[in-house]
Design a binder for this molecule. Structure first.
Ligand SMILES: [Zn+2]
Length: 262
């Protein structure tokens, strides 16, 4: 590989796509000399929170978030706030509340309950002085309103909005996560947003196992593939892939308060 110091700010290694190779892959990726420096697991429900906490305890430089994804609203446990508060006590490698947000993509989505869940999660994160990992799909108006209201610390993962929305979010102090979608030939809007994002406000991510970058599109994605995203970003920003990977890593460490020497 041509670059090192990759930090994957958003992954789902609990996915069944990694059954049978998960441990071997994580050990190899997180070993000394690997191009991957660190990984953050984005939790979506109770089971994946427990996965993230187990991995954070097992692997060096593996960190995790705790949170309920908006799509988990129909199956929420009776007291999600109590579960999150309890999870937060289980590891000092919990670096964020996420992935949380709004998703109006599928018919029958429950707007009101998604918003009230998100409000609770933002307030909890602020109480614990933790950043948030946000997911926003087809819900920009409601999402922006909440960002203006709370001005939380955090990252909008897999950012796919316009350059204008990118600027508004970064002006509010938020970070934007970019992954494989940046490399797709039909992603003109994402490329424009990446061109517009300040150097101290972007993170790299995979969202693996999904959204593998070109030329691996459609395959199971791993954190190694951030190299392709960085190479594509380097063309857009007219710089080197290594300097982008370094900036993205520094931004990730700053946002999540991660100290690699600890
Ligand atoms: Zn995700």
């Amino acid at each position: 590989m041509s670059i090192s110091g990759i930090f994957d700010s958003h992954s789902h290694y609990n996915s069944i796509e990694f059954d049978g190779c998960r441990n071997e892959l994580l050990v190899k990726m997180l070993s000394d000399g690997s191009p991957v420096t660190g990984i953050i697991h984005a939790a979506t429900d109770t089971e994946s929170m427990l996965f993230g906490i187990r991995c954070a305890e097992k692997y060096e430089r593996f960190y995790t978030s705790v949170g309920f994804h908006p799509e988990s609203v129909p199956e929420l446990p009776p007291d999600p706030e109590q579960i999150l508060s309890d999870m937060l006590t289980r590891s000092d490698k919990i670096c964020a509340v996420g992935e949380v947000g709004l998703d109006y993509h599928y018919e029958g989505f429950d707007r009101e309950n998604q918003i009230s869940l998100l409000r609770m999660e933002i307030e909890l994160a602020m109480k614990h002085d933790l950043p948030l990992i946000f997911h926003c799909r087809n819900a920009t108006v409601d999402f922006m309103q909440l960002m203006r209201e709370y001005r939380p610390k955090g990252v909008v993962h897999c950012f796919s909005g316009s350059a204008e929305t990118a600027r508004e979010l970064t002006d509010l102090g938020l970070y934007l996560g970019f992954g494989g979608v940046l490399t797709y030939s039909n992603s003109k809007r994402v490329k424009k947003a990446f061109a517009a994002v300040p150097d101290d406000r972007f993170l790299f991510e995979t969202d693996c196992p999904y959204l593998a970058p070109e030329p691996f599109r459609g395959e199971v994605c791993t954190s190694y593939m951030i190299e392709q995203t960085a190479l594509c970003g380097a063309e857009i920003k007219q710089t080197s892939a290594q300097s982008l990977a370094d900036k993205a890593r520094e931004n990730t460490l700053r946002l999540f308060g991660i100290d690699l020497n600890k």
